[in-house]
Ligand binder design. Structure first.
Ligand code: F6R
Length: 240
């Protein structure tokens, strides 16, 4: 696993956007795995800029998001569908039917999860997977556990994730469950790039980079991936 440390948020976002640009130019019909949250926001802004400048097109790109809350209407301002529309999809030329996000309102979550994994497989698999990391070391919504998770499934969010993400739910209650790609599913991506910024992520990054490879810190599994890179700012890297 490679580690790169950047002096500014802009330099980090530019580097992450370069990885996306290279992937799209090399393979215009590539499959991208996407994350939500604060960490990827500057990268999405940079990708929108590059699209607007005519450097890249998403016309043939397919995307799969990592996760979605359960029981939140798709158009709720806190759904990950809304996040992706606001930060990326509504600004670029990706066709609506190329976008995939788990249906957090599915009647049968197991069926939804199976169908989601089947779609990823049928697309040829994810070429470039973007990740953030929770303060507890989660990737996607794969919370610390006794065993690594496998494919897409419904998870009960941990107290620390609920506490961390409650900041967005100013006038409603944060859902307790989410659908998430599993760790094994994430590890099937050909290339993985994880973004972490800020001192709140420092311990999780230390555990990821040098703790035991353990489901107690799900991101530590990335050390077993042949092409994974952590993009960090100085604060997130401060305990390395
Ligand atoms: C989001 C996701 C989560 C976040 C993580 C960090 O799709 O899968 O793992 O990446 O919770 O969130 P931020 O970037 O908001 O600190």
């Amino acid at each position: 696993m490679e580690i790169k440390i950047f002096e500014t948020e802009e330099a980090l976002a530019n580097y992450a956007a370069d990885l996306f640009e290279e992937t799209i130019l090399r393979k215009p019909d590539c499959v991208l795995g996407l994350a939500t949250g604060a960490s990827p926001e500057p990268t999405y802004a940079e990708l929108v800029r590059r699209y607007t400048q005519g450097r890249i097109s998403f016309a043939q790109v397919t995307t799969f998001n990592l996760d979605e809350y359960c029981g939140l209407p798709r158009d709720d301002k806190n759904s990950y569908y809304s996040f992706m529309q606001a930060h990326l999809f509504s600004h670029i030329d990706i066709p609506a039917d190329h976008i995939h996000i788990e249906n957090g309102n599915a009647e049968d979550y197991e069926e939804e999860a199976k169908a989601y994994d089947a779609q990823i497989l049928a697309s040829g698999g994810i070429d470039l997977q973007l990740l953030g990391i929770g303060t507890n070391g989660h990737i996607g919504f794969n919370e610390p556990a006794d065993a690594f998770t496998e494919h897409t499934f419904r998870i009960k969010l941990s107290d620390s994730t609920i506490a961390a993400n409650s900041r967005y739910f100013t006038d409603s209650k944060i859902p307790e469950y989410a659908l998430t790609m599993g760790v094994a599913g994430i590890m099937m991506a050909k290339k993985i790039v994880l973004i972490a910024t800020g001192s709140k992520k420092a311990q999780a990054i230390k555990d990821t980079a040098s703790g035991p490879i353990s489901p107690r810190c799900p991101a530590s599994v990335l050390r077993l991936h042949r092409d994974a890179v952590l993009l960090l700012d100085r604060e997130a890297a401060s305990l390395l």
